[in-house]
Design a protein around this ligand. Sequence first.
Ligand code: 3EB
Length: 345
Amino acid sequence: MGRNMGLLVDYLPLTKRNSAAWDDVLGVVTFGDPPVNLDRTDIPVAAVNTPMLGAGAAICEVWRTQRPVESGQWARVRYRRDDNVLFGCISVVESAASACVEDGSLSALQAATENAYREIFSVLDLVGYGHLLRVWNYLPEINGDSLGTERYWQFNKARRDALIACGQEVTGNFPAACALGSESGSPLVIYFLASKTAPIAVENPRQISAYRYPQKYGPRPMFARASVLQESSAAMLFVSGTASIVGHETLHVGDAAAQTHESLVNIEALLDAANRIVGVARFAIGSLAYKVYVRHSSDLPIIQAQIASAVGSSVRIVYLKADICRRDLLVEIEAAGVQCSRADS
Ligand code: 3EB
């Protein structure tokens, strides 16, 4: 398989590695508060404040590559990259100072979001990784209101404005994404993967594309349901946050088990769509790594049971407590996977 197996994602306790073992790491994501410190300052760490659920030591998300890496920082964006893929992260404190709150035209969250995305696109321009592949967005009080609108709507407006301002609004060119509520008082944290070669955006035939949602959901969320990056010897799949939405409507309001099941049916449909694009049935529900966002901790057992019966026991799953962007959603599931191309082996 050699050196070109694509990216690998692991979920592991930080204690398992000594300093040198971080050499092949592109980036790390820690969950909960306080954020964990690495003894390596050249590795970008996204400190996401969504508590881990379930027993066990603090786990972090580790993105690794088999290719030589180089670290850098520009403005507030810290990154590390191999010759095709870049991991980056940014943390922005919402501050009224940078917003036009007086006349109500721009909330602090909108200003923070626009600035973050502009910095991200500047970095990508600068280092030549022109394609956003996957973006993870975490903002506190995602379901809260301010200035007469929902904060998730404000975030969506700012993300959309920044994408358009940076020439990224071409349909079919959106990254896979998720947007979750972190604990209140947390900064806006965005981490992302970008690539030099273009990924393929994948939509779900069971769902209206989010960037075509009806106006009643507010400014349109600009993301693809999944993205695939094909390299010579590996294909990588990134499944966006996936919830109990069919068409554009939330299904199974108030029923966490049924929402979990519907989300898994959506992921199956996405895998079919992705496999049609890649050409062979290679991504399977039992061979991905998962993150599951749970609104109410008390729903954890029922959600875990649903997922275990669908994906099997050999799969890596991390459960996090987070608010989901629609108030009626109780659970959201994301996934990632890598497959080696048989053509090369
Ligand atoms: C949905 O399908 C549920 O705003 O980036 C899923 C994935 C959702 C990404 C985003 C939102 C986002 O509309 C929520």
